[in-house]
Write a protein that binds this ligand. Structure first.
Ligand code: ATP
Ligand code: MG
Length: 561
């Protein structure tokens, strides 16, 4: 029997689910009998050193106290991102492990004398989930659907595909988390309605407006904030308590990573307790040495009202994506019939109230908000395998994409909320007589201002035929596939001949793996018969890792430990 799984690769916790042959969803518990596995990896030896394999999940979390610099959590906030990105810089300043700039300017981490990419670390978590599923089945897993935040851009999606590739998992598709949540919640089996799916996890907030009609689940709009989640709440509580410890006890814990880690785990459990309406008590013996030479036995009670006041800034940031998601499909937030709450953070009553106050209608609390995304991914797998038939899923792009031509003109090519897969083209012409090369840049549009646009890649088309200015015209085609990944292709207008396209610069492991040191660029086109898809922003599927040019750095596989 074909074994397929759905994987929710979360910032804080990951979860794996499957659908049995009768169409029944099942969460696959880990070795400890738990439904979710912390997305934490603790390195015990450098990769390739024949040392001990890394710890994953709860054992890795426990090791964070003694080895904070080698224990990586929240890596999803770094995946596919540049080191000099302001959000990454702000995050790096708060992390106990080192974030560094890789040769291609991506954010990587460093420990035990080596640098590791976020996809490499995520691959270790994916492999663990895959092994959990194989142990459960007693059989090999055939393929997986992996979920990503709806707001993940091309680089972040590609980096997740890289993680799956490194882990050796056969990835069938990427699926947006709120879309998966709508399926996991069973929207396709329910009555016709318009839902707002709000997913607030450890690191990201996603909101999708979903129309359900006759079993067709159609996402009509998606918005989000990639840097808004439980980690932010934890940071706020930490900040309040650290300030108080300084002013009341003269104790500064910054720099004492073990004490910080102990305080952080108490803070997280206090946050969870406060969702159950009880006051929470923190108790930490010998937390730090006071000026008197004595050690502080720290005790602190936190009331829910106090926590609610602290998280005000986080609550305020929920409004804009919700309102924008509705506005972008021409609706008011009050036009939705029900809200589906997903993600561990939605267990906090103050978060539930805030989201309810934005949309208005009754809130549907998902029983296990941290498991539902993986069930949705498994449901989509079962749908593709024909086990679940009464389901049609339509998803959308969450960002507009455009190109900047040599003359400095920016034009949008694919709008936000276009149903995927989608394809659009623009025409570029030479501006000088006998111009032999034509450049253009590809951008993702920021939701707020054009200044927030992020460059995804820089391309050059060479060896154009000699002709007067404006006579050589290129058809530049953008295709966003079902995984939400952009492919760029060019052909010459008139002859229709595909044109070799060179990628000059792009974020992600693929660039690093295949960059030629002299030029820092690579040909991404395939053979001419692959017309229309001749050149791709991603490495063509037919590339095997072994065939790629020697990488700038050794490319590790998980099994090398
Ligand atoms: N009872 C609770 N009360 C408050 N917060 C909670 C509770 N249970 C879990 N959380 C918080 O929810 C967050 C984790 O949620 P979840 O597992 O859904 O995130 P994730 O899927 O890993 O992240 P993301 O979806 O952002 O990638 C953590 O910050 C955790 O502390
Ligand atoms: Mg999640």
């Amino acid at each position: 029997m074909k074994r397929s799984i759905g994987i929710d690769l979360g910032t804080t916790n990951s979860c794996v689910a499957t659908i049995d042959s009768l169409g029944k969803p099942e969460i696959i518990n880990n070795k400890l009998g738990e439904a979710t596995t912390p997305s934490t990896v603790s390195l015990r030896a450098a990769p390739g050193s024949d040392g001990e394999r890394p710890l994953v999940g709860a054992p890795a979390v426990r090791r964070a106290t003694s080895n904070p610099a080698e224990t990586f959590y929240g890596v999803k906030r770094l995946i596919g991102r540049r080191f000099d990105d302001t959000s990454v810089q702000a995050l790096a300043a708060t992390l106990p492990y080192q974030v560094v700039s890789a040769a291609n300017r991506d954010a990587w981490v460093a420990a035990l004398g080596v640098q590791l990419s976020p996809p490499e670390l995520s691959s270790i978590v994916l492999r663990e989930l895959h092994d959990i599923a194989e142990a459960h089945f007693g059989d090999s897993v055939h393929e997986a659907i992996i979920t990503v935040p709806a707001h993940f851009d091309n680089a972040e999606r590609r980096a997740t595909v890289d993680a799956a590739e490194i882990s050796g998992i056969k990835m069938r598709r990427l699926l947006n988390e709120p879309t998966a949540a709508a399926l996991g919640y069973g929207a396709h089996r329910g009555e016709d309605q318009r839902l707002a799916v709000c997913d607030l996890g450890g690191g990201t907030f996603d909101v999708s407006i979903v129309n359900v009609e006759n079993g067709v689940v159609e996402v009509i709009s998606s918005q989000g904030d990639l840097f808004l989640g439980g980690d932010d709440v934890d940071r706020i509580i930490m900040h309040e308590l650290l300030t108080e410890l300084r002013s009341e006890h003269g104790l500064d814990l910054i720099g004492d990573s073990e004490a910080m880690q102990r305080l952080k785990s108490e803070v997280v459990s206090a946050k969870h307790t406060l969702s159950e309406s009880r006051p929470a008590s923190l108790e930490l013996f010998h937390l730090g040495e006071l000026v008197s030479g004595k050690f502080l036995d720290y005790q602190r009670r936190i009331e829910r009202a106090e926590l609610n006041a602290w998280v005000g800034p986080v609550l305020a940031r929920l409004d804009a994506p919700c309102k924008e998601a509705a506005a972008r499909c021409g609706l008011s937030p009050h036009d939705v019939n029900a809200i589906v709450l997903v993600g561990g953070m939605t267990r906090m009553p103050v978060i539930q109230h805030r989201i309810a106050s934005i949309f208005g209608p009754p809130t549907l609390k998902v029983v296990n908000p941290d498991e539902i995304v993986s069930i949705g991914a498994a449901t989509q797998c079962a749908n593709l395998d024909g086990i679940i038939e009464d389901l049609v899923l339509l998803d959308v792009t969450s960002q507009a994409l455009g190109l900047l031509s040599e003359d400095g003109q920016y034009q949008q090519v694919i709008p936000c909320n276009a149903t995927i897969p989608t394809r659009e083209h623009r025409i570029l012409a030479t501006r000088e007589d006998n111009q032999r090369e034509l450049y253009f840049e590809v951008y993702k549009e920021g939701s707020a201002t054009p200044a927030a646009n992020r460059e995804l890649g820089r391309f050059v088309c060479r060896d154009l035929p000699d002709a007067p200015a404006g006579e050589v015209m290129l058809l530049v085609e953008f295709t966003v596939d079902v995984d939400g990944i952009l492919h760029v292709a060019t052909s010459e207008l008139g002859s229709g001949e595909p044109r070799e396209l060179r990628l000059m610069a792009i974020a992600g492991l693929n660039t690093l793996r295949s960059a030629t040191p002299a030029l820092g660029e690579r040909v991404v086109s395939c053979s001419p018969h692959e017309r229309g898809f001749a050149s791709q922003l991603q490495a063509p599927k037919s590339y095997s890792l072994a065939k790629l040019p020697r990488p700038a750095r050794p490319y590790r596989r998980v099994g090398l430990w």
